[in-house]
Design a protein around this ligand. Structure first.
Ligand code: MG
Ligand code: MG
Length: 255
């Protein structure tokens, strides 16, 4: 069931989104060679709790942390650990904030120091595909229009869309209907209506689209070892146009 939000509810979700953007700004300032995922995770949790909110991921289906930190060939759901970030790492960081019962969800891919041309191409095109998707988030369009927009940018860049992981509705729960695949046909799928809120989150690789779950039952990596990137906004569909509730771009430095 798709749950539409009132204008006041969208404003409440935007407050969660504003805190989440500030967390991502802080994380972006901290990302450097030698820092660990654990350090970032601790700082994020402190900031979220100081803001009167809670980290949406922590405890979700048993996930143990505030951030998902997914380096290089890891696509999503990496558990923060004590490994030091290295020059050239491409690290996707996902975070959810629950404030006054409303969830905001956003992910950013960061370059650590100087990264390869392949890595920056991947990260930039993943962001470009997200921005193309935002334009489709208007009443009357369908979920397939979003997926088609992402897929077109990604595949024209010689990259692949991960198929088995999708975006989603978001609101009082982190995962609501509808599912929002990053591929699709224009004019197909659920119709977008005023007040819908969705997390659009292209997950893109430099190789094939197959992924596998790791030994910890969380981390999802590419089967072929290719690099992955993940950029995500929580977006409201409104009669006034798309409203990005987690407007981290162009605020946040990603390199
Ligand atoms: Mg997310
Ligand atoms: Mg999400």
């Amino acid at each position: 069931m798709i749950v539409s939000k009132s204008p006041a509810e969208l404003d409440a979700m935007a407050e969660a989104g504003d805190l989440l953007v500030r967390v991502h700004e802080m994380i972006s300032d901290m990302v450097r060679v030698g820092i660990t995922g654990k350090e970032l995770d601790r700082a994020a949790e402190e900031m979220i709790r100081a803001g009167g909110a809670s980290p949406s991921f922590k405890g979700y289906q048993g996930f143990p942390a505030t951030l998902c930190i997914s380096p290089n060939d890891m696509v999503v759901h990496g558990i923060p650990d004590k490994r030091k970030f290295e020059e050239g790492d491409l690290v996707s960081i996902d975070c959810g904030v629950t404030l006054n019962g409303w969830v905001a969800d956003a992910a950013i891919t960061h370059a650590v120091g100087e990264v390869s041309d392949e890595a920056s191409h991947l990260s930039e095109k993943t962001l470009e595909s997200l921005l193309a998707a935002v334009e489709q988030c208007v009443p009357g369009n369908r979920v397939g229009d979003i997926g088609h927009a992402v897929q077109t940018v990604v595949e024209e860049a010689g990259l692949s869309v991960v198929r088995s992981l999708v975006g989603h509705g978001v609101g009082r729960s982190m995962h609501e209907d509808p599912q929002v695949p990053n591929y699709g046909k224009p004019g197909r799928g659920a119709r977008l209506t005023n007040g819908m809120v969705i997390a659009v989150e292209p997950m893109v690789t430099t190789g094939g689209h197959d992924v596998v779950v790791g030994d910890d039952d969380w981390a999802i990596t590419t089967v072929d070892g290719s690099l992955a990137a993940h950029q995500e906004f929580t977006i409201a569909v409104t009669d006034d146009g798309p409203r990005i509730l987690t407007p981290w771009y162009p605020l946040v430095k990603t390199r």
